[in-house]
Design a binder for this molecule. Structure first.
Ligand code: FAD
Length: 450
């Protein structure tokens, strides 16, 4: 096994991957297209906080970063749903104190991972982008982003953590039999900010992920350590309402005042911020295999970008790093075997979370206000209390556990949805539901979890 490894991309995934490899004694060079983000201002409109869950925390714990990461987190215990009149209702994510998720600063976490990688001996070369790879000649094609000078370096082995638009995925796509789809969502996103209030405190409850569900679109807000909130509007690109149509200050003001009045009152200079900030695209990448022999392997968004409605892209990318570490251990010095093992173990799970993330958009922007949905949630929590080892709501399987794959969570979720459908059909309240009917269905169809 070569002792030198290239990583392309010093984002969240590439930086953590570098730490795992350095811990194993590899010499790691990371090529990053952008300038060092620790020395530059964050571009306006970049998603500046992310939801981190147990699955993403586990790999960080394994590399010894638990306490440093802990200092970057804000705990979110549930969804705070805002209705159009401004009334709010907290929907807890789980039933136990530890069933929470966290908001973390993207630049803060990325900077920590870069610092730790460098401290472990990793070399990060900034402003060194890749143009792609020549698989036949085993060359990774690099460019100095300031001089424009291009030069090749040896490809084998390279780990591509170059994000959803991965130029290195293009190299694999040219190969016969390579299966890849990139599905853009007809909806995009735009970020805004709610600063701290006049007392310097959070302007809303910081222990929740705030949602303004409005059927075909929604606004969300996650707390930051500096007591601000990052606000994101998810909406169709075209149509009414849609990003293309909402193109003047007057239209923006009228739309926000009508749909999100309580949030609009907290966003200073709303119209200008809205018009100045970019509108981002969202999409799902599905491809296979993730690797080519022992030459090249994709991880993170480069392999499996998904839409952000389950808050899982980064978490999933971190799980790739942990699994790659295990695959390297098990493959006894053979990169080809390690890369093949990673695709084999993670692909099915990446596809499953991509599906669930798409489903969750409908849940977040629409279902959370639906009485049938709320009844199913209530019944699900009650069934979990009665059958804690067998019936665990799908959200909990995905967000709180780190010991079952996403594919298993999706499959169990489907069975549970059938059980809930049977129990709640035609019912309006928990007291009307015959929960005993569920017991044999659960025992027969849901194996106990460890
Ligand atoms: P990236 O973070 O995209 O990093 C790729 C790196 O590669 C970058 O540093 C880039 O500059 C570099 N690069 C690109 N091209 C080249 C090149 N040619 N040469 C060299 N370097 C290159 N995930 C969650 O888990 N929770 C959330 O709450 C969440 N919210 C999100 C909200 C939004 C609006 C969006 C868009 C995404 C969200 N995600 C979330 C997903 C998360 O951001 C990604 O899954 C995560 O950033 C993937 O990490 P990565 O390192 O694979 O890719």
């Amino acid at each position: 096994m070569s002792k030198h490894v290239n990583i392309v991309g010093a984002g969240l995934c590439g930086s953590l991957m570098a730490i795992f490899l350095a811990r194993r004694g590899f010499q790691v060079t990371v090529f990053e297209k952008r300038p060092d983000p620790r020395l530059t201002e964050l571009p306006a409109g970049r998603s500046i906080n992310l939801a981190l869950a147990n699955r993403g925390l586990k790999p960080l714990r394994v590399v010894g970063l638990q306490s440093k990461v802990q200092a970057l987190l804000t705990t979110m215990r549930g969804r705070m749903v805002h209705d159009p009149s401004g009334r709010t209702e907290l929907q807890p994510y789980g039933q136990r104190p530890w069933e929470v998720i966290y908001s973390v600063s993207r630049p803060g976490l990325n900077a920590l991972l870069m610092d730790e990688a460098e401290a472990a001996g990793v070399e990060i070369v900034f402003e060194r982008g890749t143009l792609g790879a020549d698989l036949a000649h085993d060359e990774l094609l690099l460019r100095d982003e300031s001089s424009g000078e291009t030069f090749p370096t040896r490809l084998t082995p390279t780990i591509a953590a170059d994000g959803a638009g991965s130029p290195l995925r293009q190299a694999l796509m040219k190969r016969p039999g390579y299966d890849c789809t990139v599905d853009f969502l007809a909806h995009g996103y735009k970020e805004l900010c709610i600063p701290p209030n006049d007392e310097g405190d959070f302007a809303m409850d910081p222990a929740a992920l705030h949602i303004w569900p409005r059927g075909g679109y929604m606004l969300i807000a996650l707390p930051n350590l500096d007591r601000s909130f990052t606000v994101t509007l998810f909406m169709p690109m075209e149509g009414d309402p849609g990003f293309a149509q909402l193109d003047t200050a007057a239209k923006v003001r009228a739309f926000f005042d009508e749909q999100f009045a309580d949030a609009a009152a907290l966003i200073p200079d709303l119209e200008n911020a809205y018009l100045a900030n970019p509108t981002g695209e969202l999409g799902t990448v599905r491809c296979a295999p993730w690797h080519r022999d022992g030459q090249l392997c994709k991880v993170g968004d480069a392999a499996h970008a998904n839409v952000p409605f389950h808050g899982k892209g980064m978490n999933c990318a971190f799980e790739d790093c942990l699994e790659m570490d295990a695959c390297i251990e098990e493959s006894g010095g053979d990169w080809s075997r390690a890369f093949a093992l990673l695709t084999q173990r993670r692909k099915r799970n990446a596809d499953a979370i991509a599906d669930m993330a798409l489903e969750n958009y409908v849940e977040m922007r629409d279902s959370v206000r639906d009485p049938d949905y709320l009844l199913r949630q209530e019944v699900a929590f009650e069934l979990e209390r009665r059958h804690p080892r067998r019936f665990v709501p799908r959200y909990g399987l995905v967000m709180f556990r780190d010991d079952i794959g996403y594919a298993e969570a999706r499959d169990r979720g489907r069975i549970q949805a059938e059980v809930l459908g049977t129990i709640t059909a035609g019912k309006g309240a928990l007291a009307e539901c015959d929960l005993d009917v569920a017991a044999p269905m659960i025992r027969e169809r849901l194996q106990p979890l460890s």
